[in-house]
Ligand binder design. Structure first.
Ligand code: ATP
Ligand code: MG
Length: 656
């Protein structure tokens, strides 16, 4: 903990310091990836609190994910500032809604709707329309868009005309389904994810007393990742802030990757117009990545088009030179995964901690081969976006068993012969069917095993930190961690989707599956959608501090047709490739790691669209169930699973 408030400012550059010292009035930080935006706002809050200028309980810091909120709270604690509310929009809104619901509406807050698509289908049926799965999904997404843009059913047709949206149905018909869906929800007393924000907005708008109460509590607002704020979130923010101007926002238009949920960088880009007196700070020094990584990131940005691209900020690396990014082409996915696992093992052997390595992919269903390959290579890993550790059924069950064993103590025959603490834990877990070797394959059984393995690692770490600790001590530690909702620091390689990697960083990043069809994803059709995919790749590249690998495979499975092409976004940037749109060319060349030594397909540079993946094995990107239906495959999501938008929101709500 820094000794004095001023010491909190150490380790900030002059521009970051300007942000930290601008404690009143509107502040806007526009800056590229890795320039220390999150660090600047965290230190700003800590400085304000430590200097006694800001009361911690009056600060609301809004982050994009629960993980980011947790990290911010951790950093604040290290800087000697506690008691600050760091939350996502949804978790902050849900909390307020639960608190004020009885007073504003009466009774309990309705429960959250789980099967939205089903309810939309019912609404369509009431309008005497039978929609196939595909249409249903499109209609559901359209209703979500309408809600986050605060468009009520009656205004929807006009909104479509105004925004020139490509509506999936006749706007009048869609408005009717939308309105029926809303009615059905009211009848059944359920609310959907958008309602969490909408209802909070509604209550704050209608009830001056409640708005005053909330504004009395929160007086200073900080928003990270502001480029991805939706119109509805912006409205909520406006209501929270009221006519005060103590708002600090930070963002990077080039990292807008949630437009599909209605997010827009306009609020960030127009901040100065809305707040004429705003302090605007630009940061260009990149503290995260080596010049090699930054060079590629700048290259990607230089090819970007559209509004966000007009505001791109060239990054300047502050780090020493590092290794060149590795571009690797493989004959098929299993080869790509095996080689990636091998290279990860080599990095770990060379001293890079497993927890400092990430494998990032476009859709969650791509994780499977990597899970398998890492398991085969004996490399520990963890999946992001999974259920909160201590809430998982197997972890709770294991906790109960450990508590029981701790009470029985050393008289328990189960613990006979088990000396150190971790072997006692293993002995107890073995009664739950846990084996020391991971089960083959992936899926639920494997996930369960990973959780219990993490628990054993936790016991190992605990014993290392506290030699001589007993099972009772460990159980107490587990209870404390569960109460604090801290997952154990699993020192595993992170497997995550590009979307969920936002804001995070690792020493080594492997961007895998970079083929046309995956990057950009096959369903990105319009120029704007393709640009968003490019930004997603930019987000991926800029997660790397030192080692960066970009790989793709020409066929899905061994012996399959080598019909895939590397992503167009690397054309002109990776060695041997020609510029965007060019045909023919060298077809790969110097600097590309062929992985298995096999010759690449001669036509690697052709630019026609390709099939995203072999149909028979496509899996739902949320639950990973194999998909059978063409409609499901279009979106790579099964009917039961939440839509893109819900997925994003679930991620933010799950561990609320
Ligand atoms: P992103 O756009 O990806 O969210 P960001 O702009 O929020 O990135 P941070 O995550 O705050 O960037 O910082 C990137 C890395 O650089 C972190 O490891 C951070 O600790 C480090 N860093 C930031 N500013 C400085 C500084 N002035 N001196 C040293 N390291 C810094
Ligand atoms: Mg950040």
């Amino acid at each position: 903990v820094p000794e004095t408030p001023d010491a909190v400012l150490d380790g900030l550059d002059p521009e970051q310091r300007e942000v930290a010292l601008a404690l009143h009035g509107p502040v806007c930080v526009l800056a590229g990836a890795g320039t220390g935006k999150t660090r600047a706002i965290t230190h700003r809050i800590a400085y304000g609190v430590r200097a006694g200028i800001l009361q911690p309980a009056t600060i609301l810091a809004v982050t994009f994910t629960n993980r980011a909120a947790g990290e911010m709270r951790g950093r604040l604690r290290q800087l000697g500032a506690t008691g600050v509310q760091a939350r996502t929009f949804h978790s902050a809104a849900l909390r307020q809604l639960q608190y004020f619901w009885p007073k504003a509406v009466g009774g309990e807050l309705p429960r959250l709707l789980e099967r939205k698509v089903q309810l939309v289908a019912e609404a369509a049926a009431r309008c005497e329309l039978r929609l196939d799965r595909n249409e249903l999904r499109d209609v559901t997404s359209e209703i979500e868009w309408a809600k986050v843009t605060q468009t009520v059913p009656a205004d929807y047709p006009a909104a479509v005309a105004k925004t020139q949206r490509d509506a999936p149905r006749d706007p009048a018909v869609l408005a009717q389904i939308y309105s029926t869906y809303e009615q059905l929800k009211r009848d059944r007393s359920v609310i959907d994810f958008e309602d969490v924000l909408l209802l909070t907005v509604g209550i704050l708008q209608d009830r001056q007393d409640i708005a005053d109460h909330v504004r009395g509590q929160y007086q200073h607002f900080v928003v990270d990742e502001y480029q991805d704020v939706s119109p509805l979130q912006q409205r909520l923010l406006d209501l929270w802030v009221g006519d005060r101007d103590n708002l600090c926002v930070v963002g990077d238009a080039s990292q807008t990757i949630y437009s599909f949920t209605g997010a827009t960088p306009d609020h960030l880009l127009n901040f100065r117009t809305r707040h004429p007196g705003a302090t605007v700070v630009k940061l260009v020094r990149d503290y995260r990545s080596t010049p090699q990584v930054v060079h590629l990131a700048n290259g990607l940005l230089s090819q970007a088009r559209g509004k966000a691209a007009d505001h791109r900020l060239e990054l300047v690396s502050q780090r020493d030179k590092g290794p060149e990014p590795v571009y690797a082409e493989y004959p098929d996915e299993p080869h790509e995964a095996e080689a990636t696992a091998r290279r990860i093992r080599d990095l770990i052997a060379a001293g890079v901690p497993a927890g400092e390595i990430a494998v990032l992919y476009r859709v969650n269903s791509q994780s499977e081969v990597y899970e398998q390959a890492l398991a085969d290579a004996g490399v520990p890993y963890q999946l992001r976006g999974a259920e909160r550790f201590f809430e998982r059924a197997e972890v709770r069950e294991a906790g109960t068993a450990l508590r029981g064993a701790a009470r029985a103590g050393r008289n328990d025959s189960l613990l006979d012969g088990a000396e150190g603490l971790p072997s006692q834990v293993r002995a107890v877990l073995s009664t739950k069917g846990w084996t020391t070797r991971p089960p083959a394959g992936s899926g639920a059984v494997r996930d369960r095993w990973e959780s219990l393995a993490a628990l054993v690692r936790l016991a190992e770490d605990f014993e290392a930190a506290k030699p001589g600790a007993t099972l009772t001590d460990l159980v107490r530690e587990l209870d404390e961690r569960a109460a604090a909702q801290h997952a154990p620091t699993v020192q595993g390689v992170t497997l995550a989707s590009l979307h969920s990697a936002k804001g995070l960083e690792w020493d080594a990043v492997f961007l895998v599956g970079l083929t046309e069809g995956m990057m950009p994803i096959a369903y990105a059709k319009t120029d704007e959608q393709v640009e968003e995919e490019r930004r997603l790749l930019y987000v991926g590249v800029t997660r790397a501090r030192l080692h960066l690998s970009l790989s793709w495979s020409l066929a899905r499975s061994p012996g399959g047709r080598a019909s895939r092409r590397p992503t167009r976004f690397l054309n002109g940037l990776r060695p041997g490739s020609t510029a965007l749109g060019a045909r023919g060319g060298a077809g790969g060349g110097g600097g590309i790691d062929r992985g298995t030594g096999r010759a690449p397909a001669a036509a690697a540079e052709r630019t026609e669209a390709v099939e995203p993946r072999t149909r028979q094995t496509a899996r739902c990107r949320v639950c990973r169930r194999p998909l059978t239906d063409a409609g499901e495959m279009k979106l790579m999501r099964c009917e039961e699973c939440p839509s893109d938008m819900d997925e994003a929101l679930y991620g933010r709500l799950l561990d609320w």
